[in-house]
Design a protein around this ligand. Sequence first.
Ligand SMILES: [Cu+2]
Length: 151
Amino acid sequence: MKRKRWMIAAVATLAAHAAWAADISVTDAWARATMPGQQVGGAYMQIQANADARLVGVSSAAVPRVEMHEMKLDGGVMRMREVKAIDLPKDKTVALEPGGFHLMLMNLPQPIAAGDMIPLTLVIESGGTRQTVEVKAEARALGGAMQHHHH
Ligand SMILES: [Cu+2]
């Protein structure tokens, strides 16, 4: 009988975790198409959480390594640095975009072509729990007004 009780407790714990998981919505996920020989690419999206949360990691089945970066104007020069986490305040839309926070797709095994769908797994922490969110970023061709994001 003791064993059965313990199992009920375990189920209750799972339910509590599910209740704490934030509702995450990701919209407008896209990646920048790359030139042949280019080793890195960028991915961008809008993320909204219905509870205070943090993006703490990103991985991809198609890219060996994904880093979270921040671009900031520093004495008139745009500088980029890797960040460990990106805050997702409750109900606020956080934009990962050229010139701000963004995802860096490292060591690309092959160029990203317009129309490619890049799978991304976001690891989001909220209320002491971690959850993953699967996203597909559609690659867009280079060019246009947003080409100032150099590396
Ligand atoms: Cu970057």
